[in-house]
Design a protein around this ligand. Sequence first.
Ligand SMILES: Cc1cc2nc3c(=O)[nH]c(=O)nc-3n(C[C@H](O)[C@H](O)[C@H](O)COP(=O)(O)OP(=O)(O)OC[C@H]3O[C@@H](n4cnc5c(N)ncnc54)[C@H](O)[C@@H]3O)c2cc1C
Length: 316
Amino acid sequence: MFNPIELRKPSTLLEAVSDLATYGFDARIIAGNTALYELAAQGGLDDVHILIDSSRLGLDYIRSGTDGRLHVGATTTFSQLAKNKHCLQGRNAALGEAASRISPPQIRNMGTIGGSISIGLPFLDMPVTLLALDAEINVMSKDGRKTIKIDDFFVDYFTTALNPEDLITEIVFPEEDGSSEKKEEERGGNSQRSVGFSAFIKIGRTTVDFAVINCAVCLEIERHESKSKSPLVEKARVALGCVGNKPIRRRDIEALLENSELNRATIESAALLPVDFEPSPSIHASPSYKKKMITVSVREALYTLLDRMNSATPIS
Ligand SMILES: Cc1cc2nc3c(=O)[nH]c(=O)nc-3n(C[C@H](O)[C@H](O)[C@H](O)COP(=O)(O)OP(=O)(O)OC[C@H]3O[C@@H](n4cnc5c(N)ncnc54)[C@H](O)[C@@H]3O)c2cc1C
């Protein structure tokens, strides 16, 4: 039975990582408590005796850093993400979209981005989104700080690259159009620039259920001054959740999209690429149903992105 004997309330990161180092597997960080509570109720925390409250560590922030990247503190809630302008536009739009699709509102108000990825559940909405957005996870322990790339973060059900003594401090997202200046230089200052766009799609039994399939896509495109030309995809990341023991990337679709113009023909070819793996079944969806929903979600994400690109302000 879950029977914690102490609630630690560190007010600095150093205190928190010192507690984690001292108690190791005997302790768990507690953030919104929406997943821990459930785990405890199901007997999954019987060996845990110390809880370490992360609410006083100053990690609830969303800010654009001096490095031009978006920094989101680990204890930032889904509600905060869903209404922050940095998470609702351009390359990071999928972040705000995914947060707003988490249901019910009580979970949006309490659940945190850090808790959502630490738990290692492949059907939640943040893991697939962070995978598409190419996020980096900044982690601190008593041995210092490290950064884990999102491609290396998810390992298996309930298993991530985190060690028991690791505390996630923040999640960092690439620059909106970080490569543009470099690219302009490389091309001798011509007028093409690369810009990021992203979209999140969730298909569930109902709109308030967990996803049966969730999909996030991030495209970096080369925009021309002329709107008459289709946008050229420079880089694509297409991520799927609910299909196995961790969220995955569809590298076959990414390869088809890269160096292609994004138009109806490309979108249909990309969405219709055969799903050559067997998605894991769930109580609400068979593998064959999931395969169909993968096609539907990829198509919907790409058309959403095409609309966003077409209605974006032309580059001057
Ligand atoms: C009724 C209900 C509905 C839900 N609906 C959805 C939904 O629609 N979509 C969706 O995606 N999810 C949904 N969820 C899941 C929800 O997203 C997770 O429960 C939530 O993200 C966990 O975050 P938390 O802050 O509550 O984490 P906690 O429960 O506090 O912690 C979860 C895990 O993360 C660890 N942890 C937390 N913070 C850190 C940190 N900074 N560093 C290291 N480890 C850390 C904890 O030790 C623990 O192991 C739902 C949950 C419930 C109960």
